[in-house]
Design a protein around this ligand. Structure first.
Ligand code: G6P
Length: 613
């Protein structure tokens, strides 16, 4: 949520910053801007996407020794030109970009106004620039600029990833982190900072992840990292594991399209080295050290937000079925503000593609404080959640850029399935034959997804038929109820069509009132043990003239006969079916959004990484 980038070095600073913002644009795209130091501050910023910023700057020569950039997801203040970052201090000497929320900004603003400072924007960010300057100027040379930043940060409540420049210190970039991600890229004679590694990867693979309460003073040849209390730190340098191609569209029209179609590959990567076909075992290296504690746990609590929460719901069905453990699934945002009873016998699984979602992070921190074992399922290697959990499993899906999550969901479910089988084997709650069957089945998933793509033309036709439907209903049972939620979410996110996902039987308790001949009803009928019940629900929809689009198996003749449209899914064990049944729903929402001319990769009002509460 908001992306920040910074550069210090001798290369084309304008291009490095703008390209960096293009890579970070999935984090927010309400406005964009850059500021360069070259004896003065050279700032270009305004409402709209990074493309608009690039067009506005055009061929204008912008050079400087150090620069910062920002792409915004608005929290405080309208997404207009004035509220765009970078924000400057009153004298125009200090500029900064910020990701996060300053909670005590009203109070700080009043105090600064009393001292004669005038504010020009509606943002919480402007006060940081003004506060730093107030401290720096009133000290009249008795504190360094870095110390002024430190003093200011101690007065600020809330969250921040910050990058700050000062025309009086033209060879230095200061960054600080609390609650919003920030990393340093270490080049030769140049340094980078960014909210994530995507703007850095083409320049260097060496990165340092800052932790909360840490800051860095960076020059083009060096960096020094301290706490905001000025305690020096020596930080590990990490090597980035992905490459530039993985964050490019690779011939597809949209990142989302690419990410849907690369799922056979991402699932293969996710499963690679983890399925031992000789011994019919699962290997999850990240859990080895904590397995005893997991096996003895009294309860499993799965938490996450959005699509990750939907994957968590599938996890609940999987874990109950295979491990016989007590499982609860919690929206991270609700969980953290209740008074949940958690103790050291509990295991928390935090699921997050980005590994940065503020609510999920806060929920896991709370659980950790209360003594629970905290596990993570993250896609972004080295992300905050991945670093703060006691142990975990990476999705290995590769970077997901499209705002609507696709390959993260299928790999999250695959990871949950592997975890559940492994734990069930340890607890001896699964028949060996059944475990063997599931492991073999997991192996077939990449090919089966590929088979579903062979029907993509048919899904395109369904999309064509319902492009302008104002509402959609998605119904599923058991393992495929979360898939109904996920299908509806995908459609809402990228096509702005109102859609609801429901457990099929619950339809009778309300949504059935909405059904008429205008209502497309997507039924996910690929769970054997609830099939007859699902058929009854389909009949109930048909009796009200609802339009049935079914996601089902070839053998499910009865469902096919009752459907106006259908999409065939290869056979698979019920508990693994969500990994397949979600694929046509992703495609359906994608094709509908394209038909409607929507901005698939950057849907309005959304951001991929939600680092504010
Ligand atoms: C945002 C994204 C969703 C994502 C959710 C949780 O809302 O737009 O696609 O599912 O955040 O993100 P996470 O990174 O924690 O999985």
């Amino acid at each position: 949520m908001c992306g920040i980038v910074g550069y210090i070095g001798d290369n084309d600073i304008k291009e490095i910053l703008i390209k960096g913002l293009e890579r970070l644009e999935y984090r927010g795209y309400d406005s964009a801007g850059i500021a360069l130091v070259n004896g003065r501050l050279d700032i270009e910023k305004g409402r709209g996407k990074v493309g608009a910023l690039r067009a506005r700057i055009g061929a204008k020569i912008m050079a400087g020794s150090v620069g910062i950039g920002h792409t915004r997801w608005a929290t405080h203040g309208l997404p207009n030109d004035i509220n765009s970052h970078p924000h400057v201090s009153q004298s125009g000497k200090i500029a900064l970009v910020h990701n996060g929320i300053i909670e005590n900004y009203v109070l700080l603003k009043q105090e600064l106004e009393k001292k004669g400072r005038t504010f020009y924007t509606e943002t919480d960010t402007e006060i940081i620039a003004q506060l730093i300057e107030e401290i720096y100027e009133s000290a009249k040379g008795s504190v360094s600029f870095k110390s002024a930043v430190q003093i200011a940060l101690k007065q600020i409540e809330g969250t921040y990833g910050l990058a700050i420049v000062n025309i009086e210190e033209p060879n230095q970039l200061i960054v600080a982190k609390k609650g919003s991600p920030l990393l340093l890229g270490i080049g030769v004679g140049e340094m980078f900072i960014a909210s994530d590694a995507s703007p850095i990867i083409e320049h260097t693979k060496k990165v340092i992840y800052l932790n909360d309460g840490e800051m860095a003073v960076i020059t083009k040849h060096d960096y020094s990292i301290t706490t905001i209390d000025d305690v020096s730190l020596t930080k590990e340098i990490h090597e980035l594991t992905f490459n530039l191609e993985e964050i490019q569209k690779g011939g597809f029209d949209h990142f989302m399209q690419k990410e849907i179609f690369e799922q056979p590959h991402s699932l293969a990567n996710c499963l690679r080295g983890r399925l031992d076909s000789k011994n019919q075992q699962i290997h999850l290296g990240g859990l080895v050290d904590v397995m005893d504690r997991i096996v003895k746990a009294k309860r499993l609590i799965i938490t996450g937000c959005g699509t990750s929460w939907h994957a968590g719901l599938v996890g609940e069905y999987l874990f109950e079925h295979l491990t016989k453990m007590r499982v609860e699934v919690e929206y991270a945002s609700e969980f953290r503000y209740r008074e949940p009873v958690i103790d050291s016998d509990d295991v928390i699984i935090a699921i997050s593609q980005s590994g940065e979602t503020a609510d999920t992070l806060a929920a896991l921190r709370m659980a950790k404080e209360r003594g629970a074992l905290v596990l993570g399922i993250c896609n972004v290697v080295g992300s905050t959640i991945a670093r703060e959990t006691d142990a975990g499993v990476y999705n290995h899906a590769g970077p997901e850029i499209g705002v609507a999550s696709t390959k993260a969901f299928t790999t999250q479910v695959a990871v949950l399935a592997m975890m559940a089988i492994l734990i069930a084997q340890k607890k001896k709650t699964i028949e060996p034959d059944y475990a063997t069957r599931l492991i073999k089945s997991l192996r077939t998933i990449p090919d089966k997804i590929q088979q579903i793509f062979e029907n993509s033309e048919q899904i395109k036709e369904i999309a064509q038929m319902f492009t302008y439907a104002p509402n959609f209903l998605y119904l599923g049972r058991s393992y495929n109820f979360p898939v109904a939620l996920e299908g509806a979410l995908k459609l809402k996110e990228i096509s702005y069509i109102h859609a609801e996902g429901y457990p099929a039987a619950e339809m009778k308790h309300g949504p059935i009132a909405l059904i008429d001949q205008m209502m497309p009803v997507v039924v996910i009928a690929h769970t054997k043990h609830t099939n007859q019940k699902m058929i009854s629900n389909i009949e109930e929809v048909r009796a009200r003239r609802g339009r049935i689009i079914s996601i089902t198996g070839e053998e499910n003749k009865e469902v096919i006969a009752l459907s106006e449209f259908y999409c065939i899914i290869p056979p698979i064990e019920d508990c693994l079916s969500p990994i397949l049944t979600v694929i046509p729903l992703q495609l359906l929402s994608y094709y509908i959004a394209v038909n409607r001319g929507c901005d698939v990769d950057q849907p309005r009002n959304l951001a991929k990484s939600v680092t504010v509460e």
